[in-house]
Design a protein around this ligand. Structure first.
Ligand SMILES: Cc1cc2nc3c(=O)[nH]c(=O)nc-3n(C[C@H](O)[C@H](O)[C@H](O)COP(=O)(O)O)c2cc1C
Length: 332
């Protein structure tokens, strides 16, 4: 007997289940699918076209831009660790005007929604950048990098709930674009910060940026990174990122983008089930730049295995610890 998508009633063939819908929503931002790429790990997109069908991605988030060009931190800027990567790039970028002139034209035509990541040293700088980008064709949303650990005070805006609320609210006033607030795991209560972002009007929160760490060369009695501290990413931080997604999903009514150590389809599914509406693929792109495209290709079969007809059916379907599992055996 052949499996086909034709009607079983006519030929006696078995209908293949319709492909699950991949569309997801992050507040006002609609994505064709939940597979995004993380800021700072995918360049400006153009470099990746040999490896990834960039135009099919759920969204591209290019390297964070600032109002003025930044040179970034002293080398070394990256060190491999067990199960991860420690980086201290320091938001090296050419500034917003160079981005608009040199990077956005290609991005705007790439086919995927473009979420522009912005950072500033103060709420006013974020607001100024948001105002500059408002109405610029080709931008689908803004992601506020209020959580970069590699610039002085970079993480402060994501450590204090009131400052977080203020910067998000200011940006919301300054632009009609959907706003994602990218938060730091280096806080006592991720829930308090996510709630503040939601109160400020964030369409979604991106969880998480890198975890603060250092790597030491004891023989030289020196830290390996030129800046001393850096941000840890990669598989080592996946449980931390998942925990943040879990805590926020349980407590705050705001869509979540999960990011941290995602490299396989199981990782993607874990984040969706835990409460993320979309995911970002980051550090793994440095070792295998084709991963994001592969995850996108594999997603429909995982959704079929989960027995859902839409990616949205999976979001936050995790059985709370201690409760009887309703989904112990997925329908086949
Ligand atoms: C080399 C490097 C540069 C990064 N640059 C940025 C950046 O410019 N803006 C930002 O929001 N996050 C940046 N990140 C953080 C990632 O977007 C992501 O949040 C983090 O690495 C966790 O995901 P991962 O473990 O999948 O890499 C950077 C990460 C790395 C490894």
């Amino acid at each position: 007997m052949s499996l086909s998508a034709t009607s079983a009633g006519v030929s006696g063939r078995i209908d293949a289940p319709p492909a699950a819908s991949l569309q997801v929503k992050l507040g006002r931002l609609e994505l064709p699918n939940p597979i995004m790429v993380a800021s700072g790990t995918f360049g400006y997109g153009r470099e990746m076209t040999d490896y990834v069908p960039v135009g099919r991605l759920g969204a591209v988030v290019p390297k964070t831009i600032t109002l003025l060009p930044r040179r970034g931190n002293h080398p070394w800027r990256t060190v491999e660790t067990t199960g991860g990567l420690l980086n201290s790039i320091g938001l090296d970028n050419d500034g917003v005007e160079a981005f608009l002139e040199k990077q956005l034209p290609w991005l705007a035509d790439c086919g995927a929604p473009v979420v522009v990541s912005i950072a500033g040293g103060s709420a006013e700088e974020f607001v100024g950048l948001a105002a500059r980008l408002d109405g610029v064709p080709g931008i689908a949303a803004l992601e506020l990098n209020i959580s970069c650990p590699n610039v002085s005070h970079g993480v402060d805006l994501a450590s204090d709930p009131e400052m977080c609320r203020r910067v998000v609210a200011g940006v919301r006033e300054a632009t009609r674009l959907p706003v994602l607030a990218k938060l730091s795991p280096n806080v006592t209560s991720i829930v308090a910060i996510a709630r503040a972002a939601a109160d400020g009007g964030a369409d979604a929160v991106t969880l998480v940026n890198t975890c603060l760490g250092i790597v030491v060369d004891w023989r030289r009695r020196r830290t390996m990174l030129g800046n001393g501290m850096g941000g840890l990413s990669g598989p080592a931080i996946k449980p931390i990122a998942l925990r943040c997604v879990y805590q926020v999903a349980q407590a705050v009514d705001v869509p979540i983008v999960g990011v941290g150590g995602i490299a396989t389809l199981d990782d993607v599914m874990e984040f969706l089930v835990t409460g993320a509406s979309a995911v970002q693929v980051g550090t793994v792109s440095f070792t295998d730049p084709s991963v994001a495209g592969r995850l996108l290709d594999q997603l429909p079969s995982a959704l079929a295995e989960a027995g859902v007809s839409a990616a949205t059916d999976l979001i936050g379907s995790l059985t709370p610890p201690g409760a009887t599992s309703a989904a112990a055996a997925p329908p086949r």
